[in-house]
Ligand binder design. Structure first.
Ligand code: PLP
Length: 402
Protein backbone atom coordinates (compact mmCIF):
# COMPACT_ATOMS: atom_id res chain seq x y z
CA UNK A 1 0.00 0.00 0.00
CA UNK A 2 1.40 3.38 -1.03
CA UNK A 3 1.12 5.99 1.74
CA UNK A 4 2.46 9.56 1.69
CA UNK A 5 2.17 12.73 3.77
CA UNK A 6 -1.14 13.53 2.06
CA UNK A 7 -2.57 10.23 3.39
CA UNK A 8 -2.21 11.80 6.85
CA UNK A 9 -4.92 14.35 6.10
CA UNK A 10 -7.26 11.60 4.90
CA UNK A 11 -6.88 9.10 7.74
CA UNK A 12 -5.62 10.90 10.85
CA UNK A 13 -7.35 13.11 13.42
CA UNK A 14 -6.07 16.63 12.63
CA UNK A 15 -4.47 17.39 16.04
CA UNK A 16 -0.96 17.26 14.49
CA UNK A 17 0.50 18.92 11.42
CA UNK A 18 3.60 16.83 10.64
CA UNK A 19 6.43 17.88 8.31
CA UNK A 20 6.12 17.22 4.59
CA UNK A 21 8.78 14.51 4.50
CA UNK A 22 8.00 11.05 5.91
CA UNK A 23 10.98 9.39 7.65
CA UNK A 24 11.40 5.67 7.03
CA UNK A 25 14.79 4.72 8.53
CA UNK A 26 17.26 5.98 11.12
CA UNK A 27 20.78 5.17 12.24
CA UNK A 28 22.62 7.09 14.96
CA UNK A 29 21.86 10.79 14.42
CA UNK A 30 20.86 10.34 10.77
CA UNK A 31 17.39 9.74 9.31
CA UNK A 32 16.25 8.97 5.74
CA UNK A 33 12.88 9.83 4.22
CA UNK A 34 10.69 8.04 1.66
CA UNK A 35 12.72 9.57 -1.19
CA UNK A 36 16.08 8.51 0.24
CA UNK A 37 16.93 12.07 1.37
CA UNK A 38 19.18 12.01 4.45
CA UNK A 39 18.71 14.30 7.48
CA UNK A 40 20.74 15.03 10.61
CA UNK A 41 18.55 14.70 13.67
CA UNK A 42 18.89 17.40 16.37
CA UNK A 43 15.27 16.81 17.46
CA UNK A 44 15.76 13.32 18.87
CA UNK A 45 12.05 12.55 18.79
CA UNK A 46 11.50 15.54 21.14
CA UNK A 47 14.26 14.69 23.62
CA UNK A 48 13.59 10.94 23.48
CA UNK A 49 16.15 9.17 21.26
CA UNK A 50 18.86 9.53 23.86
CA UNK A 51 21.13 7.00 22.12
CA UNK A 52 20.16 7.95 18.57
CA UNK A 53 18.24 5.72 16.17
CA UNK A 54 18.53 1.93 16.19
CA UNK A 55 21.41 1.71 18.68
CA UNK A 56 22.70 -1.86 18.16
CA UNK A 57 22.52 -2.77 21.87
CA UNK A 58 18.91 -1.56 22.12
CA UNK A 59 17.95 -3.41 18.93
CA UNK A 60 19.55 -6.55 20.39
CA UNK A 61 17.78 -6.37 23.75
CA UNK A 62 14.46 -5.58 22.04
CA UNK A 63 14.82 -8.63 19.78
CA UNK A 64 15.89 -10.87 22.67
CA UNK A 65 13.08 -9.78 24.97
CA UNK A 66 10.67 -9.85 22.02
CA UNK A 67 11.45 -13.53 21.51
CA UNK A 68 11.02 -14.24 25.23
CA UNK A 69 8.08 -12.39 26.82
CA UNK A 70 6.24 -9.24 25.72
CA UNK A 71 3.45 -8.58 28.11
CA UNK A 72 1.86 -9.84 31.31
CA UNK A 73 -0.14 -7.01 32.97
CA UNK A 74 0.42 -6.14 36.62
CA UNK A 75 -1.33 -9.31 37.78
CA UNK A 76 2.25 -10.63 37.52
CA UNK A 77 5.58 -8.89 38.01
CA UNK A 78 8.53 -9.47 35.68
CA UNK A 79 12.31 -9.56 35.79
CA UNK A 80 13.15 -6.55 33.56
CA UNK A 81 10.82 -4.27 35.58
CA UNK A 82 12.29 -5.42 38.90
CA UNK A 83 15.86 -4.98 37.70
CA UNK A 84 15.15 -1.52 36.24
CA UNK A 85 13.40 -0.37 39.43
CA UNK A 86 16.32 -1.58 41.53
CA UNK A 87 18.82 0.26 39.33
CA UNK A 88 16.79 3.49 39.44
CA UNK A 89 16.52 3.28 43.23
CA UNK A 90 20.23 2.52 43.63
CA UNK A 91 21.23 5.49 41.47
CA UNK A 92 18.86 8.13 42.91
CA UNK A 93 17.13 9.36 46.09
CA UNK A 94 14.21 7.00 45.58
CA UNK A 95 13.22 3.80 47.37
CA UNK A 96 10.21 2.86 45.27
CA UNK A 97 9.18 3.04 41.59
CA UNK A 98 5.86 3.06 39.74
CA UNK A 99 6.02 2.36 36.00
CA UNK A 100 3.82 4.08 33.41
CA UNK A 101 3.84 4.40 29.62
CA UNK A 102 4.46 8.11 29.12
CA UNK A 103 5.43 11.34 30.82
CA UNK A 104 1.83 12.42 31.32
CA UNK A 105 0.98 9.10 32.95
CA UNK A 106 3.98 9.29 35.29
CA UNK A 107 2.90 12.82 36.26
CA UNK A 108 -0.74 11.79 36.70
CA UNK A 109 0.47 9.14 39.16
CA UNK A 110 2.66 11.71 40.96
CA UNK A 111 -0.22 14.18 41.37
CA UNK A 112 -2.67 11.53 42.56
CA UNK A 113 -0.07 10.24 45.01
CA UNK A 114 0.53 13.75 46.41
CA UNK A 115 -3.21 14.30 46.93
CA UNK A 116 -3.66 10.89 48.56
CA UNK A 117 -0.60 11.39 50.79
CA UNK A 118 -2.04 14.70 52.05
CA UNK A 119 -5.36 13.01 52.76
CA UNK A 120 -3.66 10.13 54.60
CA UNK A 121 -1.41 12.36 56.74
CA UNK A 122 -3.28 15.67 57.12
CA UNK A 123 -6.84 16.52 56.05
CA UNK A 124 -9.07 16.93 53.00
CA UNK A 125 -8.46 20.69 52.87
CA UNK A 126 -4.80 20.11 52.05
CA UNK A 127 -5.38 19.70 48.32
CA UNK A 128 -3.73 22.71 46.65
CA UNK A 129 -1.19 22.00 43.91
CA UNK A 130 1.20 24.81 43.04
CA UNK A 131 2.71 24.76 39.57
CA UNK A 132 4.31 27.34 37.26
CA UNK A 133 3.33 29.44 34.28
CA UNK A 134 4.81 28.08 31.04
CA UNK A 135 5.32 24.68 32.73
CA UNK A 136 4.38 21.57 30.77
CA UNK A 137 3.46 18.24 32.31
CA UNK A 138 1.48 16.34 29.66
CA UNK A 139 -1.94 16.24 28.06
CA UNK A 140 -4.20 14.28 30.40
CA UNK A 141 -6.77 16.67 31.84
CA UNK A 142 -5.12 16.72 35.28
CA UNK A 143 -1.55 17.17 33.98
CA UNK A 144 -2.47 19.72 31.31
CA UNK A 145 -4.32 21.78 33.93
CA UNK A 146 -1.27 21.67 36.20
CA UNK A 147 0.79 22.78 33.20
CA UNK A 148 0.95 26.56 32.96
CA UNK A 149 -0.35 27.10 29.42
CA UNK A 150 -4.11 27.72 29.45
CA UNK A 151 -4.15 27.50 25.63
CA UNK A 152 -3.63 23.75 26.08
CA UNK A 153 -6.15 23.21 28.91
CA UNK A 154 -8.99 25.58 27.91
CA UNK A 155 -11.97 24.39 25.95
CA UNK A 156 -12.60 21.00 27.50
CA UNK A 157 -15.17 21.89 30.13
CA UNK A 158 -14.66 22.11 33.90
CA UNK A 159 -11.04 21.64 34.95
CA UNK A 160 -9.71 19.68 37.93
CA UNK A 161 -9.66 22.14 40.86
CA UNK A 162 -7.26 23.41 43.53
CA UNK A 163 -4.48 24.05 41.02
CA UNK A 164 -2.69 27.42 41.04
CA UNK A 165 0.24 28.84 39.11
CA UNK A 166 3.18 30.93 40.26
CA UNK A 167 5.90 32.65 38.27
CA UNK A 168 8.90 30.41 37.53
CA UNK A 169 12.13 31.67 39.08
CA UNK A 170 10.21 34.04 41.39
CA UNK A 171 10.41 32.73 44.95
CA UNK A 172 8.24 35.54 46.34
CA UNK A 173 5.35 34.43 44.16
CA UNK A 174 5.61 30.92 45.67
CA UNK A 175 5.97 32.33 49.20
CA UNK A 176 2.78 34.36 48.76
CA UNK A 177 0.80 31.42 47.43
CA UNK A 178 1.95 28.68 49.79
CA UNK A 179 0.01 27.77 52.91
CA UNK A 180 -0.97 24.75 55.00
CA UNK A 181 -3.49 24.04 52.19
CA UNK A 182 -0.65 23.29 49.76
CA UNK A 183 -0.19 19.56 49.27
CA UNK A 184 2.47 19.69 46.53
CA UNK A 185 4.57 21.84 44.25
CA UNK A 186 5.14 20.41 40.76
CA UNK A 187 7.96 21.89 38.71
CA UNK A 188 10.39 21.13 35.93
CA UNK A 189 13.92 21.68 37.29
CA UNK A 190 14.56 23.20 33.86
CA UNK A 191 11.55 24.24 31.77
CA UNK A 192 11.54 22.57 28.36
CA UNK A 193 8.43 23.31 26.32
CA UNK A 194 8.17 26.72 28.02
CA UNK A 195 11.32 27.94 26.25
CA UNK A 196 14.37 26.14 27.80
CA UNK A 197 14.45 28.14 31.02
CA UNK A 198 17.23 27.28 33.47
CA UNK A 199 16.18 28.27 37.00
CA UNK A 200 18.34 30.02 39.53
CA UNK A 201 19.55 27.24 41.94
CA UNK A 202 18.61 29.51 44.87
CA UNK A 203 15.01 29.60 43.61
CA UNK A 204 14.84 25.80 43.53
CA UNK A 205 16.43 25.56 47.02
CA UNK A 206 13.93 28.14 48.26
CA UNK A 207 10.99 26.13 46.90
CA UNK A 208 12.32 23.03 48.69
CA UNK A 209 12.52 24.97 51.98
CA UNK A 210 9.00 26.34 51.57
CA UNK A 211 7.70 22.81 50.90
CA UNK A 212 9.37 21.61 54.12
CA UNK A 213 7.92 24.50 56.13
CA UNK A 214 4.38 23.79 54.91
CA UNK A 215 4.49 19.97 54.80
CA UNK A 216 4.07 19.98 51.04
CA UNK A 217 5.67 17.45 48.70
CA UNK A 218 8.09 18.63 46.02
CA UNK A 219 7.56 16.92 42.65
CA UNK A 220 10.24 17.29 39.99
CA UNK A 221 9.06 16.59 36.47
CA UNK A 222 12.25 15.33 34.82
CA UNK A 223 10.44 13.89 31.82
CA UNK A 224 12.47 16.15 29.51
CA UNK A 225 15.51 17.05 31.65
CA UNK A 226 16.27 13.58 33.01
CA UNK A 227 18.27 10.51 32.00
CA UNK A 228 21.57 12.21 31.27
CA UNK A 229 20.28 14.98 29.04
CA UNK A 230 21.77 17.80 31.13
CA UNK A 231 25.03 16.00 31.84
CA UNK A 232 23.84 14.56 35.18
CA UNK A 233 21.73 11.42 35.42
CA UNK A 234 18.92 13.70 36.65
CA UNK A 235 18.97 17.49 36.83
CA UNK A 236 18.16 17.47 40.58
CA UNK A 237 21.68 16.13 41.06
CA UNK A 238 23.15 19.19 39.31
CA UNK A 239 20.98 21.48 41.43
CA UNK A 240 21.68 19.73 44.74
CA UNK A 241 17.96 19.77 45.62
CA UNK A 242 16.20 16.47 46.26
CA UNK A 243 12.48 16.12 45.49
CA UNK A 244 9.99 13.81 47.22
CA UNK A 245 8.70 12.53 43.89
CA UNK A 246 10.46 12.53 40.50
CA UNK A 247 9.00 11.60 37.14
CA UNK A 248 10.92 10.43 34.10
CA UNK A 249 9.91 9.24 30.60
CA UNK A 250 11.12 10.36 27.13
CA UNK A 251 14.86 9.40 27.26
CA UNK A 252 14.15 6.59 29.74
CA UNK A 253 13.10 4.25 26.93
CA UNK A 254 15.31 5.78 24.23
CA UNK A 255 12.27 5.66 21.91
CA UNK A 256 10.32 2.79 23.44
CA UNK A 257 7.30 4.21 25.33
CA UNK A 258 7.88 4.00 29.09
CA UNK A 259 7.60 6.35 32.06
CA UNK A 260 8.36 6.08 35.74
CA UNK A 261 7.56 7.80 39.00
CA UNK A 262 10.22 7.58 41.68
CA UNK A 263 9.57 8.31 45.34
CA UNK A 264 10.53 7.59 48.93
CA UNK A 265 9.36 4.62 50.94
CA UNK A 266 7.27 6.84 53.25
CA UNK A 267 5.44 8.67 50.46
CA UNK A 268 4.96 5.52 48.36
CA UNK A 269 2.82 3.94 51.08
CA UNK A 270 -0.16 6.07 50.05
CA UNK A 271 -0.50 4.21 46.76
CA UNK A 272 -1.97 1.15 48.45
CA UNK A 273 -3.21 -1.82 46.39
CA UNK A 274 -6.07 -0.72 44.15
CA UNK A 275 -5.43 3.05 44.37
CA UNK A 276 -3.84 3.43 40.94
CA UNK A 277 -2.74 1.28 38.01
CA UNK A 278 -2.12 0.66 34.32
CA UNK A 279 -2.45 -2.38 32.06
CA UNK A 280 0.87 -1.80 30.30
CA UNK A 281 2.93 0.06 32.92
CA UNK A 282 6.08 -1.94 33.68
CA UNK A 283 5.65 -4.07 30.57
CA UNK A 284 8.68 -6.44 30.20
CA UNK A 285 9.48 -5.30 26.65
CA UNK A 286 9.58 -1.60 27.65
CA UNK A 287 11.53 -2.28 30.84
CA UNK A 288 14.11 -4.49 29.10
CA UNK A 289 14.86 -1.68 26.64
CA UNK A 290 14.87 0.97 29.38
CA UNK A 291 17.21 -1.13 31.52
CA UNK A 292 19.71 -1.20 28.65
CA UNK A 293 19.31 2.55 28.08
CA UNK A 294 19.94 3.10 31.78
CA UNK A 295 23.06 0.86 31.78
CA UNK A 296 24.54 2.80 28.87
CA UNK A 297 23.60 6.33 29.99
CA UNK A 298 24.49 5.98 33.68
CA UNK A 299 28.17 6.08 32.89
CA UNK A 300 30.57 8.95 33.71
CA UNK A 301 32.08 8.83 30.21
CA UNK A 302 28.71 9.39 28.51
CA UNK A 303 27.74 12.13 30.97
CA UNK A 304 31.09 13.92 30.57
CA UNK A 305 30.68 13.59 26.79
CA UNK A 306 27.39 15.50 27.04
CA UNK A 307 29.24 18.49 28.54
CA UNK A 308 31.87 18.40 25.79
CA UNK A 309 29.17 18.27 23.10
CA UNK A 310 27.35 21.19 24.72
CA UNK A 311 30.57 23.23 24.51
CA UNK A 312 30.91 22.37 20.81
CA UNK A 313 27.29 23.39 20.11
CA UNK A 314 27.77 26.67 21.98
CA UNK A 315 31.02 27.50 20.18
CA UNK A 316 29.52 26.89 16.72
CA UNK A 317 26.24 28.65 17.54
CA UNK A 318 28.19 31.69 18.75
CA UNK A 319 30.05 31.74 15.40
CA UNK A 320 26.73 31.57 13.53
CA UNK A 321 25.37 34.42 15.63
CA UNK A 322 28.44 36.59 15.07
CA UNK A 323 27.79 36.33 11.34
CA UNK A 324 24.00 36.51 11.20
CA UNK A 325 22.86 38.29 14.42
CA UNK A 326 19.73 36.24 15.04
CA UNK A 327 19.95 35.06 18.69
CA UNK A 328 19.70 37.05 21.90
CA UNK A 329 20.86 34.10 24.00
CA UNK A 330 21.93 30.45 23.80
CA UNK A 331 20.59 28.71 26.89
CA UNK A 332 19.91 25.31 28.42
CA UNK A 333 22.24 22.55 29.50
CA UNK A 334 23.89 19.53 27.92
CA UNK A 335 21.92 18.18 24.99
CA UNK A 336 18.87 20.35 25.70
CA UNK A 337 19.70 23.73 24.24
CA UNK A 338 17.60 26.71 23.19
CA UNK A 339 18.52 29.51 20.79
CA UNK A 340 16.35 32.47 21.81
CA UNK A 341 15.63 34.72 18.83
CA UNK A 342 16.41 38.42 19.16
CA UNK A 343 13.82 41.18 18.70
CA UNK A 344 14.23 41.22 14.91
CA UNK A 345 13.16 37.57 14.61
CA UNK A 346 10.88 37.18 17.66
CA UNK A 347 7.86 34.96 16.98
CA UNK A 348 9.53 33.26 13.99
CA UNK A 349 11.00 30.10 15.55
CA UNK A 350 8.84 27.91 13.33
CA UNK A 351 10.22 29.61 10.19
CA UNK A 352 13.76 28.77 11.37
CA UNK A 353 12.76 25.16 12.00
CA UNK A 354 11.26 24.84 8.50
CA UNK A 355 14.32 26.53 6.94
CA UNK A 356 16.56 24.01 8.75
CA UNK A 357 14.38 21.15 7.57
CA UNK A 358 14.82 22.31 3.97
CA UNK A 359 18.59 22.04 4.51
CA UNK A 360 18.18 18.46 5.82
CA UNK A 361 18.36 19.20 9.52
CA UNK A 362 15.66 18.16 11.99
CA UNK A 363 15.25 20.48 14.98
CA UNK A 364 12.51 21.68 17.35
CA UNK A 365 11.01 24.82 18.72
CA UNK A 366 10.11 25.66 22.33
CA UNK A 367 7.42 28.32 22.01
CA UNK A 368 7.39 30.93 19.22
CA UNK A 369 10.75 32.50 20.08
CA UNK A 370 13.14 29.62 20.74
CA UNK A 371 14.74 27.02 18.46
CA UNK A 372 15.42 23.88 20.47
CA UNK A 373 18.02 21.14 20.00
CA UNK A 374 17.62 17.82 21.85
CA UNK A 375 19.83 15.37 19.97
CA UNK A 376 21.23 12.00 21.01
CA UNK A 377 23.70 12.15 23.91
CA UNK A 378 26.19 10.22 21.78
CA UNK A 379 25.87 12.25 18.57
CA UNK A 380 29.33 12.49 16.98
CA UNK A 381 31.24 15.78 16.80
CA UNK A 382 31.18 15.43 12.99
CA UNK A 383 27.37 15.25 12.98
CA UNK A 384 27.16 18.29 15.28
CA UNK A 385 29.45 20.32 13.01
CA UNK A 386 27.69 19.19 9.81
CA UNK A 387 24.23 19.73 11.35
CA UNK A 388 25.13 23.28 12.36
CA UNK A 389 26.49 24.00 8.87
CA UNK A 390 23.06 23.02 7.54
CA UNK A 391 21.42 25.17 10.21
CA UNK A 392 23.52 28.14 9.13
CA UNK A 393 22.57 27.60 5.48
CA UNK A 394 18.91 27.64 6.50
CA UNK A 395 19.40 30.85 8.48
CA UNK A 396 21.22 32.55 5.61
CA UNK A 397 18.41 31.70 3.19
CA UNK A 398 15.73 32.78 5.68
CA UNK A 399 17.46 36.14 6.17
CA UNK A 400 17.93 36.59 2.40
CA UNK A 401 14.21 35.97 1.84
CA UNK A 402 13.02 38.12 4.75
N1 PLP B 1 6.58 16.63 31.24
C1 PLP B 1 7.46 17.31 30.51
C2 PLP B 1 8.46 18.18 31.21
C3 PLP B 1 7.47 17.21 29.12
O1 PLP B 1 8.37 17.91 28.40
C4 PLP B 1 6.53 16.38 28.49
C5 PLP B 1 6.46 16.27 27.02
O2 PLP B 1 6.93 17.10 26.29
C6 PLP B 1 5.60 15.67 29.29
C7 PLP B 1 5.67 15.82 30.65
C8 PLP B 1 4.59 14.77 28.67
O3 PLP B 1 5.18 13.56 28.28
P1 PLP B 1 4.38 12.59 27.30
O4 PLP B 1 4.20 13.31 26.01
O5 PLP B 1 5.26 11.37 27.22
O6 PLP B 1 3.07 12.29 27.95
Amino acid sequence: MQVTRSTFNEVMVPNYNPAEMVPVRGEGARVWDQNGVEYIDFAGGIAVNVLGHCHPELVKVLAEQGAKLWHLSNVFTNEPALRLAKKLNDATFSDKVYFANSGAEANEAALKLARRFALDHYNEDKDQIIAFTKGFHGRTFFTVTVGGQPAYSDGFGPKPGAIVHCEYNNLDSVKEMMSERTCAVMMEPMQGEGGIIVPDPEFVKGVRELCDQHNALLIFDEVQSGMGRTGALFEYMNLGVTPDILTTAKSLGGGFPVGAMLTTDRVSKSLKPGTHGSTYGGNPLACAVAEKVFDIVNNPEILEGVKHKEALFREKLAEINEKHHVFSEIRGKGMLLGCALNDTYKGRAKDFMVAANHEQLMCLIAGMDVIRFAPSLIITDEDIVEGLKRFERGIAKLIANS
